[in-house]
Every structure is written in C-alpha cells, then in structure tokens.
Design a protein around this ligand. Structure first.
Ligand code: NOJ
Ligand code: CA
Length: 568
C-alpha cells in the first residue's frame, strides 16, 4: 500500500472510511447472517478498493431488536457474529493490512434487556435505579407523561410506562432502547470503561451513534413547536434545547480525553512513516447545520470528525451542491475536515436517489472522493447496489414495526425516503449467484439479495474496466497518490458553465482540477494550462484540449479529474 508523504498531519485527516454492516457483509458459516469471520475473509476487498479505515456497525451482545443498535453488553460479541477472539482477530488482521478499524459506540441508550436496565426497572431504590432517566408522571395517578418530548421519529412520545416502578422512562429512539442517565457518575465511568476495553484491544476510534442526543436538558422543560425539514424528513418540534447542546459538546471533550489515554499506544498499523501515528479518532453521528456541528470539534478538542448528512439526502443539482460545499468549507476550514457521506445503512442508496442513472452515480462518486474532507462509503456503494424493494408488511426493521404498521404500502412506495431500512441493508453482492456469494447457496440470507446482483457484484465488476468498482478504485488510487487530492486546499474554479461544478485542489507544487457536468448537454471547463493530464474520467466522452483556450470537454452527465501542470 502506498504511504502518503504528509506525515505531520494525523492519519485520519486524509483518510477514507468504508462502512461495514456486519449482518449483511459476508456470512462465513452458512446461517444466513453475516459475521466477523466473514469480514476478515473479505478484508482484501477493502485493500484493493483503496480505503484507509473501516467503520463496523455494532456486533456487540444484543437481542437484535434494532440489529445491534440495542446493546446488552458493550464488552462482548453477539454469538451470531462471533466471539471476542474474532473481534481481536479482525482488529489485528486489518492492522496487518494497513487498515484502521473504527467500532460503533451506542452511548445514548442500551437495550431494554441490558442487565443494567433489568435492575434499574425492578424498583425505585435498587443500585442502578438512577442509571436511566426515570420520571414520575403528571396527574393524580401519574399516568400522564412527564413532558412533551417525542421520540426521534416524532410519531410517538419518548416516554414509556413501566408498571413495576409506576414511572416513565425516556427512550429517545425506540421503546426497546432506554436512554442512559449520563449525569450519573457511575454511568459515565461504566461507559468510559467500555470505551477503554476496545481501545486496549487496539481499535483506532469510534463512530458515535446519536451523539447530539446523549446529554438531556436537565430541566426536562417542554420543547416548542417549529415545523421544519431536517435531513430530508419533516419535523414538528424545536429540538434546540435537547440536541447538540453545550453539555453534549463537553461530553465530546471528555470522551476525547479517554481516547487520549491511548494515543500512541499499541502496535503499528501496516508499514511506513504513518504506522507510528496511533491517534484514536471520534466521528460523531450528528444532525444539524454545519456551523452548529463545528462546535463539536472546535479548537482541536472534542470529536475530530462529524458527519455532514446533507449529501445523504442530496439534490442532484450543481447549485445546490456548490452551496453546501461553500457552507462546509466555511464551517470546517483547514486544518478541520468536513466529513462527506452519500450512503449509509439508514437511507436510500445513491443510485436510487439519482433516479437509477449510473452516469449520475459516477459523477457523484467523483465529487465525493475529490472534495476536501473525509469521505465515507457504505458497503455496496462501490458497486452501485440499489435499494431492494421489501414491502412494509415484511419489514424486519423495528422502525416500521414500532412506528408505522398502519402506513398503506401504496403511500410508502411514493415517499422520497425509504422508511423500511431493510431496503438498503440487503446482502453485499460478491458474485452473481442467487445468494450473491454472501452466504452458502443452500442457506437463506436474513434479507433477500437484490436482482441487480447480476451486474452489481464484485466478481464481475472486478474484471470490467468500465465498472463502478473500477471507477471507485481509480478515484481512491489517485486520491492516495496525489497530496493535492488527499490533503490540499479547495478553491472553486471560476468560469464553470451553468449546471457544472468545478474546483481546484492544490498543495504547494500540485494542482488538480475536478470538473463535473450535471447537465444533459456537453460543456467545456477552462483548465488555464496547455499542459493538462486526464487522471480519471467517468465516461469516454471526456477530452482535453490544449488549443488557444485550454479546456476539458465533458459530455452529458460526466466528470473528470485533471492534473494541471505549469507550461513547460
Ligand atoms: C442511528 C443508527 O444509524 C440507526 O441505524 C439506529 O437505529 C439508531 N441510531 C439508534 O441507535
Ligand atoms: Ca454467519
């Protein structure tokens, strides 16, 4: 693996991250459920792809009501995914290949089957009675909810009744996921110890689930009404008093201190000068405007990275994308890094978002991997896997079963966002066989494979120079090879025609132009030099012209990455 020249910046600042959803990545023992041994089997796919780090969604002990985001033991592995030994092997085998490993930390809530909650709910005066957020109800019988807080989906209240205690407990996500009381010193220590448990085993950092919600408003005051749209979803309430508060920013700093205990500790990752860099990284799942989220990583303290989810619900429109890029550049100026994401395990796949048009998905892959910042890919994105239609009645996703069992299927199909997250969690497609090489041919995968496995699979795309996989590999190779692309500044290029995005990435001695044509007509983007070299093109109809006005010519819906060299 090529080592990058810039060894002074921490490893994560020029990294690319690949998200693995373990249940759907690779099943090694034929039970239809992906597992840790399966991930280890496929690590070389990540190496060939050219990513630097993997973020593994939760595989900890869990009753799997929210497929791992409901943890019942933070320091153990769910039997269906493997053992602690497998988790250690995953870390070590990844490190041996030069890959960093991020695990997924669910801090806001546990499973309602976590022994902590079982004890907490048993009475009002047990050892862990205050480890969760219990409140008396209002009204003579206490059966009226303590306040008007809604769960994240906003369809139901966030308060759940417990007959044993005759009290309400808070569950911001779903009833089976009670919120921890992070103002309790013993809760903080128990959770920080779980963090240390994995840091000691060598993980390079964590993705932090629902991080902006962890610390609650201690006054428990009602929230006000403020109809608005956030990350593509309609919202009724103003969450500014309960989300992304200063207390949550402080928690980011505290968590970072825990990680700092381990910075520099542990065996090297791969070979080369960067192998000595053992800074542990924290990436927050946070929702809100970039300027608000920047607080979580200000002054080099707190989280190093926060997901900026606007691209997850992007508009395929040059003006819209340019406005977001300007906003992110302003909110996360160097040396801070924006964190771009087009797909994850919760939202519509990119190909579906761009109307099934592969040309557009190729343009967006180029945008993602050439912007300044840390890009995150979701398994299967490199193949342009699409959503798999699964009707609500067949949903395994608890969001559907808990909040939306009444929704007519016809309405569901017309919604711009997928409510049943199963549709984006179907197995990774390794080949074109009926089970897509995810599990044994005779096994039944936990979710069906997609019909697009005939073309959207690793084996076939590996050999095809025009495939999406080949494009992702080329983009990642160029990104790693060119300092301008992985750690240079970004300046929007003047003179780009309407409907086109163009920017220049540069370091002291290297300049690279990225031009993306999001229209149905051909365009020209000036290169300003007669000495330009095409590094990557998403289609054959890209040419470079070194005539009187040097330019890159782009056919409809395509993008190019061009090395600009000074005239000889
Ligand atoms: C966000 C995760 O991405 C999602 O999959 C999960 O269901 C919720 N947090 C609850 O932990
Ligand atoms: Ca399995």
């Amino acid at each position: 693996m090529t080592e990058r020249p810039n060894v002074t910046a921490p490893w994560w600042s020029s990294a690319t991250v690949y998200q693995i959803y373990p249940r759907s990545f690779r099943d090694s023992n034929g039970d239809g459920i992906g597992d840790l041994a399966g991930i280890i089997e496929k690590l070389d796919h990540l190496v060939t792809l050219g990513v630097d780090a993997m973020w593994v969604s939760p595989f900890f002990a869990s009753p799997q009501q929210d497929f791992g985001y409901d943890v019942s033991d933070y320091c153990d592995v769910a039997a269906e995914y493997g053992t602690l030994h497998d988790a250690q092997l995953l870390i070590d085998e990844a490190h041996r290949r030069g890959l960093r490993v991020l695990f997924d930390l669910v801090l806001n809530h546990t499973s309602d089957q976590h022994p902590w909650f079982t004890e907490s709910r048993s009475s009002r005066d047990n050892q862990r009675a205050d480890w969760y957020l219990w409140r008396d109800g209002r009204g003579a019988d206490g059966r009226r909810r303590p306040n008007n807080w809604r769960s994240v989906a906003e369809i139901t209240s966030a308060w759940q009744w417990c007959e044993q205690r005759r009290q309400w407990y808070l569950a911001t996500f779903m009833p089976c996921q009670p919120d921890l009381n992070w103002r309790h010193p013993e809760v903080r220590e128990a959770m920080f110890d779980a963090v240390r448990f994995w840091l000691e085993r060598g993980v390079d950092g964590f993705r932090l689930d629902m991080f902006g919600d962890v610390m609650k408003d201690p006054t428990f005051a009602n929230v006000g009404l403020r109809p608005h749209v956030a990350t593509g979803l309609p919202r009724l309430f103003d969450r500014s008093t309960v989300q992304n508060t200063e207390d949550n920013v402080q928690l980011a700093r505290d968590l970072r201190s825990v990680c700092r205990e381990y910075d520099g500790v542990g065996s090297p990752v791969g070979a080369g000068p960067r192998s000595a860099d053992r800074e542990r990284v924290l990436i927050g799942e946070l929702f809100g405007p970039a300027a608000e989220l920047r607080r979580f990583s200000a002054d080099g303290d707190g989280l190093q990275l926060v997901f900026l989810f606007d691209f997850l619900t992007m508009h395929y429109d040059a003006d819209w994308l340019r406005d977001r890029i300007i906003e992110f550049e302003r909110a996360f100026p160097e040396p801070a890094q924006p964190t771009y994401v087009l797909e994850n395990h919760d939202r519509t796949r990119l190909l579906d978002r761009v109307g099934g048009d592969l040309r557009k998905a190729r343009v967006m892959a180029t945008v993602l991997l050439t912007l300044r910042g840390v890009p995150t890919l979701y398994q299967g994105q490199e193949l342009a896997q699409s959503n798999t239609y699964i009707p609500l009645r067949d949903a395994q996703d608890p969001i559907v079963r808990t909040h939306l069992p009444w929704l007519p299927e016809a309405v569901n199909r017309r919604l711009p966002e997928r409510l049943n997250r199963d549709e984006v969690r179907t197995p990774m497609q390794w080949n074109s066989s009926p089970n897509a090489g995810f599990t044994d041919p005779a096994a039944t995968p936990w979710l069906p494979t997609n019909a697009d496995r005939g073309t959207a699979n690793v084996a076939d795309q590996d050999r095809d120079p025009d495939s999406m996989l080949t494009l992702y590999r080329s983009l990642l190779r160029q990104r790693r090879a060119h300092p301008a692309l992985h750690s240079g500044r970004l300046d929007l290029a003047p003179g780009a025609p309407a409907g086109t995005l163009a920017w220049v990435r540069s370091t002291g001695d290297e300049q690279i132009l990225v031009a993306a044509n999001l229209t149905d007509r051909s365009v020209q983007v000036p290169t300003g030099t007669a000495n330009a070299e095409l590094l990557v093109a998403t289609a054959a109809d890209v040419t470079i012209d070194d005539a009187a006005t040097p330019a890159v010519h782009l056919g409809p819906q395509c993008a190019a990455v061009v090395l600009l060299s000074p005239a000889p």
